[in-house]
Design a protein around this ligand. Sequence first.
Ligand code: PHE
Length: 357
Amino acid sequence: MDDLKEKYLGQIAEATDENALEAVRLAAVGKKGEVALKMRELGKMTPEERQVAGPALNALKDEINSALAAKKAALGDAALDERLRSEWLDVTLPTRPRGQGSIHPISQASEELTAIFAEMGFSVAEGPRVDTDWYNFDALNIPGHHPARAEMDTFYMHRAEGDDRPPHVLRTHTSPVQIRSMEKMGAPLRIICPGGVYRADYDQTHTPMFHQVEGLALDENISMANLKWVLEEFVKSFFEVESVDLRFRASHFPFTEPSAEVDIRCSWDNGQLKIGEGDDWMEILGSGMVHPKVIAAGGIDPEKYQGFAFGIGIDRLAMLKYGIPDLRAFFDSDLRWLRHYGFSCLDVPTLHGGLSR
Ligand code: PHE
């Protein structure tokens, strides 16, 4: 029995992992292990012999079992120590500065203007960029023969041969969302819709895809004065200044009557665009009192409700606010440009926190 004890305690001490230890356990105290075989021999012994051998075998079994348990715990600790030694991470290291994207100035401007209009009680509406010509034109009081259709440099979608339904268009403005919002929500109504629009045009201040934010307010008692106040308030908040030099110009849109376009004073000295100084004016929006035919096309009674609408060029607002002289660069995906003009993704624009710090 002393031999057995010495043999197995030695093997336990030498086991270097849990598999080896399990093999020792099976050979020693498993069901068919050496100690179990010895126990079976107890039956053939005389009662006197059994009285000595029985307790001794049990004691041996206990001793081996506790040596196994102790070794198992030690192996576990060693494995944990090894993992702690090899798997570590310095959480105080700085992050990689280049691994971070930035917010595009148009996204930034959209977030900023949404925060401002939300404060004035406007909610955000949406509509499709590919729309029917009814929503883009007819419902907005622009019938088929109207020159405005040609003026807008519309992109028409292709129709299969023999399909003579009128073509879909890439929306030329966000105004179709006026109609969709009236249909969906009725009156009274106060919405804005920021989004992409398309016209075949290309120079320093025009790109074939650009962005507008539509605004529409309908109620029983809305006047042109409300429109002017909302626009002035918006422009001051957006440019984060006490006053801005604005020019309201009488204009014409088929879907508003009367209509006004608004320009902001700016200068373009040496390719630098600056707001609020100089002798140049940049047109940033069209607006007016919604035409009764448009209100009726939206399914609302124009005898009861009237209101104002506007469409502001988001890209131009961003050019003016951040001093970016060429609109085309917005869509070049030039990483150096994006890093220079981009905004931190963690600075969410709010009125209380500051729009564009
Ligand atoms: N939809 C017009 C445009 O794109 C802007 C506008 C919107 C004018 C709403 C008046 C009212 O030019």
